[in-house]
Design a protein around this ligand. Structure first.
Ligand SMILES: [Zn+2]
Length: 231
């Protein structure tokens, strides 16, 4: 049952990446907070800006609604709804406009069948199933000392890394679209655009950090199972 115990590779590999990931999350939150207090001269709310982006791209079947919580903003492709946290929905801040346009960017990706988004959405049930059973397969494999099953457990776990990897182009592209839309609107100054870029880049880095954390865990699994087999 040792995968759940603290081992050498957990300390030297997983913990440092987890700490770096927490630091990146902290930077994301503080950048978001900072630009939440910087109000864009345009005087337009996050919700209005998202609707503007949708109209600009001829997307007419996506609703923009307000949802609870902080940093809960997302686009739901099944119901075709952009859900913005109340702070983003009704705010005229640089952060709100950046986040709202990013989510609208996902809706435009969906409308245009942007390939990485289509691939990512198709992969969701696969990764949920595979990562869900990976630990059980791994533990049974280790208990039975059955290499084939151990390897299968690792491959099942690796699907999470593949999923997080194909999430990156989806996220970076949505942010690129957001900045382009804000520029095209002609409603924001250069310094306000630069602010939205900082907010969106910090947010994108959290996806890179999530992938790095999964890769560290994957590498740790490979190294400890190899060590175990030698013993
Ligand atoms: Zn996103």
């Amino acid at each position: 049952m040792w995968p759940f115990f603290i081992d050498y590779w957990y300390i030297v590999l997983v913990v440092p990446v987890m700490i770096a990931s927490l630091i990146i999350q902290g930077i994301m939150r503080s950048t978001y907070k900072k630009y939440s207090n910087v109000y864009a001269g345009a005087g337009i709310t996050g919700a209005e800006m998202a609707q503007r982006v949708l109209r600009e791209h001829g997307v007419t079947d996506v609703a923009v609604i307000s949802t609870g919580g902080e940093l809960t903003d997302h686009y739901d492709p099944r119901s075709k709804v952009i859900k913005l946290s109340s702070e983003v929905y009704g705010s005229r801040s640089v952060s709100a406009l950046g986040v709202a346009c990013h989510e609208a960017g996902h809706a435009v990706q969906h409308a245009q069948s942007y390939f990485p988004l289509v691939a990512r959405n198709a992969f969701v049930p696969v990764v949920n199933f595979c990562s869900g059973i990976s630990w059980i397969v791994l533990i049974v494999g280790l208990f039975m000392q059955y290499d084939l099953m151990i390897n299968l457990g690792i491959i099942l776990f690796a699907t999470s890394a593949v999923f997080q990897f194909i999430t990156l182009p989806v996220e970076f592209n949505a942010s690129r679209r957001a900045v382009a839309s804000l520029k095209n609107s002609g409603m924001l100054s250069d310094s306000e655009i630069a602010g939205t870029k900082k907010v969106l880049t910090a947010a994108a880095m959290t996806y890179v950090a999530a992938l790095a954390t999964t890769l560290a865990s994957l590498l740790r699994l490979i190294l400890i199972t190899r060590g175990n087999r030698r013993n």
